[in-house]
Design a binder for this molecule. Structure first.
Ligand code: KG4
Ligand code: ZN
Length: 344
């Protein structure tokens, strides 16, 4: 058993913003002692997406087990924990409430400080887990099911947003296209796998640029073009080559993400670029980012796939840096479904 030094700062972190019930113990902001994730994906698959009501009910059912497991795996008890970190937004309100109420109850009963964490700050912080050398400032591209943001991480928990999506999030586009060709939910990993057998240059899909906003994204045009292509083929009885189709779609998304991320690093003068969020586990995106960053002399950082999709370890890392800065939340902490990045 690893011994816990009294000087160590141990965060017990809880994440329940969408369809994963997760808890983790993180030591001194960088060392993950446990990372427990109870995924509800199988439950939502039959509906083709997350059903909020079902998500909340499942969180309630699982959360105590998940937390007990996280403490056990880390070989610690609640006594050893310094503070409780919890995602309080953005996300599904009913899902967030389960984690927030649980965190408040534990913090109150065990007399521990409570630190609310922004979910996206968590995603960015996932990069610190496996890269001890990575410290702010750097550029980060956050690409998840609900968010597409290009930010400069000025300091721990301090962001300057320089670009965002004007319509769909990158992950949302993956999910919708996957659904249209019958690959199922969640679409991202399925598209990633199927695209490996396809030709990314088979179909020339549009590359949208937002006039006057070089760092903004737009994926709705690409999504519509892909769906139109499918409908047209179906109407004319043409057979669709699904691997070619999803490889071409994925290639267009990857090009948009890589070009803006690298442009931001160059124009703003940073030699480090990180990616975060569920879509950051996409193999084509990682390969293309690595290749372009190598050419441009930029160091490229990405978390392991398990830390890209929703998890509580990333919340524990973010909570540690917030805790060290003095952030504390009261018993009135509430779920904030549309919490903006940088808001407290
Ligand atoms: O970060 P995340 O777990 O949840 C949110 O905070 O939204 O991201 C989930 C999103 C889904 O849209 C999923 O399809 C996408 O990430 N995703 C992927 C891959 N793995 C997950 N997209 C592309 N390629 C992947 N390998
Ligand atoms: Zn997420």
């Amino acid at each position: 058993m690893e011994s816990v030094d009294k000087k160590d700062v141990l965060i017990l972190a809880i994440e329940s913003s969408c369809d994963e019930t997760a808890a983790s113990v993180v030591r001194n902001g960088r060392e993950v002692l446990s990372n427990v994730i109870s995924s509800q994906i199988a439950l939502h698959t039959q509906f083709g997406g997350v059903v909020p009501e079902i998500a909340s009910r499942k969180h309630i059912e699982k959360i105590n087990q998940v937390i007990t497991q996280a403490l056990d795996d880390a070989n610690v008890t609640l006594d050893d924990i310094t503070a409780i970190g919890v995602t309080y937004g953005p996300g599904l309100v009913g899902a967030l409430l389960v984690g927030v109420a649980e965190a408040k109850a534990i913090a109150y009963a065990a007399k521990k400080p409570l630190v609310g964490v922004h979910h996206i700050e968590g995603h960015v912080s996932a990069n610190y887990i496996e890269h001890p050398d990575l410290e702010p400032p750097f550029v980060c591209l956050i690409v998840s099911g609900g968010h597409t943001h290009l930010v400069i991480v000025k300091d721990y928990g301090e962001f300057e947003i320089i670009g965002r999506t004007r319509d769909d999030a990158a992950g949302e586009a993956f999910d919708k296209v996957a659904r249209a060709v019958g690959l199922g939910y969640p679409g991202g990993p399925k598209v990633d796998k199927t695209a490996k057998e396809g030709n990314p240059h088979a179909i020339e899909f549009p590359r949208a640029k937002v006039e006057g906003a070089p760092y903004d994204f737009s994926f709705s045009g690409l999504k519509s073009a892909t769906l139109n292509y499918i409908n047209h083929a179906r109407m004319t009885g043409e057979e669709i080559n699904v691997p070619d189709l999803v490889a071409s779609f994925q290639n267009a998304v990857v090009e948009a993400l890589v070009s803006r991320g690298v442009l931001a690093a160059k124009e703003y003068g940073y030699d480090r670029l990180a990616i975060a969020g569920g879509v950051a586990s996409n193999s084509a995106l990682r390969a293309a980012m690595q290749e372009t960053c190598d050419k441009e002399g930029i160091r490229f950082y990405h978390p392991s796939p398990i830390f890209c999709t929703d998890n509580a370890a990333m919340i524990g890392v973010a909570a540690y840096y917030e805790y060290m800065k003095g952030t504390r939340h009261g018993w009135d902490l509430n779920a904030v479904p549309n919490l903006k990045l940088g808001e407290r």
